[in-house]
Design a protein around this ligand. Sequence first.
Ligand code: HEM
Ligand code: HEM
Ligand code: FE2
Length: 480
Amino acid sequence: MLTSIKTNSFAGSKTKELGMMYFRVAIILFGAQLVMGLIAAIQFLAPGFLFELFDFSVARMVHINALVVWMLYAMIGSTYYMLSDETEHEGIGIGLGKLGFWVLTAAVTVVVLVYIFVQVGSGTEASIWLIHEGREYIEAPRWADIGIVVVVLIFYWNVFATYMAGRQTGIMTVMVANLLALAGLYVAGMFFTDNISMDQFWWWWVIHLWVEATWEVFVGTLAAYALIRLIGAKREIVEMWLWIEVLMLFGSGVLGMGHHYFWIGTPEYWWEIGALFSALEPVPLIAMFVHVLYDWGKEQGIAAAKGETKNVITNGPAMAWIVTNAFGNFLGAGIWGFFHTLPQVNIYTHGTQFTAAHGHLSFFGAYATILIGMMYVGIQGAYGLERMKATFKSKMGIVLITFGVMGMTIALTIAGYEQVLVERAELGATWSGFFVAQELPWYVQAQLWRTIMGVVTFVGFIYLVWDLLTIGSKAKKAQA
Ligand code: HEM
Ligand code: HEM
Ligand SMILES: [Fe+2]
């Protein structure tokens, strides 16, 4: 993929080139995320590992912030990538968009270096401005927050102006409206209050309304675009599904936010609201799952009926990741989310390793998968390939990463249940119970297995990067 800087054959599409630039940074940050996760996982087993040099709190913070940032990069990359195809119009203001990319990337680099080398501040106002904010997942310090808003405004203007000037498809209409909500929500996590309940109240507006509303709708638009491109699905059908998904996702996901308002000091009516609406959240995820498989089966069936023997899929690895997304979104968010979403259950599972199990499978299943798929779509375009088949490395990448994350999830689920039984049910959620539960063999072995599965994930990641770097030029040579 790095070499595609030279081999981009987008016929002069600067918009797509800019998309690829975002993909490149995304994959580097994904690697950084995994390294941090491995450090944090080792610290569960050997608490003295890097003690006072690079503490668990720091490794964990960089792990999950890198996660959010790489996904946002890949989302911006995907949007630029599909923009000119969907609107049939070259992106407007892309020169400024490129400048925005460099400003953002320089800022992200500084922020990450500060996280790693400065780590913690004095706890004064200056720490919030210069080091980090202490808000899980979105720790960027104030100065960077403001910079992010400026760059996102440029990005949004690129998308909106191009949309207004070009073809206005259903996919792009959803994209433009949804991006406004997605970007606007970021602001809810920016203002400062020293009341922790109020802080958490607004913080969930960003985290929950991102991952269970706007990001999911974003995935809907990506899947719609990808199905048209990869298997030739009919636009009318894909867009009809998309509108239904939008309705169901927002219908359940917005008030579903109540499942985070059970125990933080918010009024008790959130128990009922949160339980009801969040319990409905898996429904659109089932729809998204059915949609992908339905369209795939339908297009292959039509081809077979015409007597064609060839596969309808024009990009093997991208389609494999998108089908993995259909399963992973439903499993990680839908099933693992539903498990602990009722207050009757959540009172026991809240904040245990069960939550971490759900966090891993959902972020991976719902987002990492489809964003990696979009990177493969980008490479196919960059090399001007009509067909791109999975290589041995593509297969090793997807199998090892998926197996690794699934393995981590199962290990964490076991650790979480042990905590529920011992720490919560038996020992009554006491401070000492918290430590007793973490020393029992079920927990310790589960953490060991998580680390082993983390290494498997990491090996898969190396195959993935290797594949992204080579698959395009190899396929191009084979075609010539
Ligand atoms: C792709 C979508 C989703 C993602 C990425 C996601 C991710 C996460 C993450 C990372 C957390 C932990 C937050 C923290 O640090 O405190 C969390 C918590 C939670 N999620 Fe999800 N989630 C998704 C969808 C869902 C769905 C659909 C449901 C319910 C059906 C759900 C139910 C919950 C609940 C109840 C909690 C609170 C856990 C606790 O009390 O400790 N999630 N989610
Ligand atoms: C090399 C593989 C990985 C390892 C070893 C690893 C390890 C860890 C560790 C040790 C934590 C801290 C958990 C805690 O506070 O109890 C964590 C948190 C988290 N990781 Fe990973 N991770 C890996 C890959 C991933 C991937 C691929 C994703 C998603 C795409 C991910 C998403 C998360 C999330 C969302 C959290 C916060 C969970 C929560 O607080 O509920 N990690 N990870
Ligand atoms: Fe939520």
